[in-house]
Design a protein around this ligand. Structure first.
Ligand code: APR
Length: 248
């Protein structure tokens, strides 16, 4: 793994425009479970029953009790880990431009990245189904389920449920970033959910070097990714950034 860390650091130090695509794996070391693989959330609950917009509209209380209450407890307490801090440091060094994240925990912004495209929205906000007013999640009391807006409307997380479209602005900006980058770091994603999983393909087709950081291989490995650095994102990002600082 050491020589791939050195190789990635050398490529990043020379890069003109680096973009990162991240998934739940970057937040695992912050105590937020992934969705798939060991300890994954979808091993315990069925996403189609609890994370689909139709199930939410059919029974918001059920989704609030089973999925959202647990998510709120975990996300309210989570802090950035070495993976988030490494990506923020790459922005400080003028190397990383944009983070496209599938995560809804807001940890990239908390770590200091300033251009974060939240492809699946952000759990830090709730939105009223009636008047569309947004309220910060930490302000919501769970005494009443589902929580209500002042107008009486039901609140829902400002995230993208299964069955919903991605915000067209996020889609366009992400595609543009993928076209224009010369390196795409793909960190902590199983690359199974579209259209996010297609972003590295767009980058590859536009001539970018695609570098995966993940303990496991994904459908991108060996075909889209130039190489995969197998390991936990915190440890790998920390090692890459210290190597970049040494050679830059
Ligand atoms: N460091 C890096 N990667 C890790 C780590 C770690 N410490 N731990 C786990 N991983 C990897 C796993 O090997 C897996 O490839 O992170 C990935 C997590 O995959 P998923 O749980 O499927 O998360 P993600 O790819 O973000 O899911 C995409 O699916 O359910 C929807 O909306 C949800 O945004 C999510 C989307």
């Amino acid at each position: 793994m050491e020589n791939l860390i050195k190789k990635a650091a050398e490529q990043l130090a020379k890069a003109k425009s680096v973009v990162a695509l991240t998934g739940a794996g970057v937040s695992v070391e912050s105590g937020i479970p992934p969705f798939r693989g060991k300890g994954g959330l979808w091993e315990k609950i069925d996403p189609m029953e609890f994370a689909h917009i139709d199930s939410f509209m059919r029974d918001p209380a059920k989704v609030w009790n089973i999925l959202i209450r647990e998510m709120k407890d975990i996300v309210d307490k989570a802090k950035p880990n070495d993976a988030h801090n490494g990506l923020a440091r790459l922005e400080e060094l003028g190397i990383l431009r944009t983070v496209i994240t599938q995560n809804v925990d807001g940890l990239h912004q908390m770590a200091g990245n300033t251009d974060v495209i939240e492809f699946h929205g952000n759990f830090a906000w709730q939105k009223c189904l009636d008047c569309n007013k947004k309220t910060e999640t930490f302000r919501i009391s769970l005494d009443e389920i589902p929580p209500k807006c002042e107008c009486g409307g039901i609140l829902r997380p400002d995230c993208v449920f299964f069955g919903e479209i991605i915000n067209p602005q996020h889609l366009l900006r992400s595609r543009k970033a993928a076209y224009e980058c010369d390196i795409m770091l793909v960190v902590g994603t199983s690359a199974l959910v579209q259209p996010a999983a297609y972003i590295p393909v767009t980058a590859k087709e536009s001539g970018a070097v695609v570098i995966e950081i993940n303990p496991e291989s994904t459908p991108l490995t060996g075909s889209i990714s130039d190489y995969i650095i197998k390991g936990n994102a915190g440890k790998v990002m920390k090692a890459i950034v210290s190597e970049v600082e040494r050679i830059k």
